[in-house]
Design a protein around this ligand. Structure first.
Ligand code: PGA
Length: 247
């Protein structure tokens, strides 16, 4: 049985005032795992604020190595040392704006796991790739690169987020049927290596998730929750999305 999860990707947004609002008022029942991914600077404020609640805090990215002369970077071991438990890996904005390749993303995935951070591997196709009928092959390649480097067993301690690039920040959400079909495909890709891992791995949907579409997306068989960008900074909206994922 896969427990539902809702993750908040604040990207380069947020403030101490927004952190305070969540720390003081955010409350959902324990049937859904909630993870916040604020900018690095705000992670400790959320961790300290949520300490008595079962809410996790993660980082949006890590360097591919743990320490050294990498000005501006943050290592996975440091993230763990600071209390983080998850890291996003391979978000489409990292891939497209910062040139992250499948190879680098695989290194980051492994670095996270070695340090004790659970990677949330983001995969997804662009609009062009979908229109060309290549959505599945693109996603299979992104997952394949991790399978080759880390092996199927690594997915026992990882989460996958399917985020079609054309749905991120655009207000255009994949339909529940489109999302379900890709989630089932992702599970089939994993099942080629190991059926149990495929069954147990959580696969979240991301891309313009809102309170108004969360319930129908989360009702799909292979959708285990959401990775939420814009709507995760709005306290009431995000609370409703989390409630939509709880049983
Ligand atoms: P969005 O972003 O919900 O604003 O579309 C999702 C994401 O990029 O993780």
């Amino acid at each position: 049985m896969r427990a539902p999860m809702v993750a908040a990707n604040w990207k380069m947004n947020g403030s101490r005032a927004i952190c305070r609002e969540f720390v003081e008022h955010f409350d959902v029942d324990g049937s859904v795992d909630v993870v916040f991914f604020p900018p690095f600077l705000y992670t400790s404020m959320l961790m300290e604020g949520f300490v008595s609640r079962s809410i996790s805090v993660g980082v949006q990215d890590v360097c591919h190595v743990n320490s050294g002369a990498y000005t501006g970077e943050i290592g996975a071991e440091m993230a763990v040392d600071s209390g983080a438990t998850y890291s996003l890996v391979g978000h489409s904005e990292r891939r497209s704006l910062f040139g992250e390749t499948d190879g680098l993303i695989a290194e980051k995935f492994t670095t996270c796991q070695q340090a004790g951070l659970t990677p949330v591997l983001c995969v997804g196709e662009s609009r062009e790739e979908r229109l060309d009928g290549r959505a599945e092959s693109v996603v299979a390649k992104q997952i394949g690169s991790i399978l080759r480097t880390a092996g199927i067993k690594a997915f026992a301690n990882a989460v996958i987020a399917y985020e079609p690039v054309w749905a991120i920040g655009t207000g255009e959400t994949a339909s529940p049927a489109q999302a379900q079909s890709m989630h089932a495909f992702i599970r089939a890709v994993l099942a080629k290596s190991d059926a149990t891992t495929a069954r147990n791995t959580r696969v979240l949907y991301g891309g313009s998730v809102k309170a108004s579409n969360a319930s129908e997306l989360f009702a799909e068989r292979d959708i285990d929750g959401g990775l939420v960008g814009g709507a995760s900074l709005e306290f009431k909206e995000f609370t409703k999305i989390c409630r939509a994922a709880s049983h």
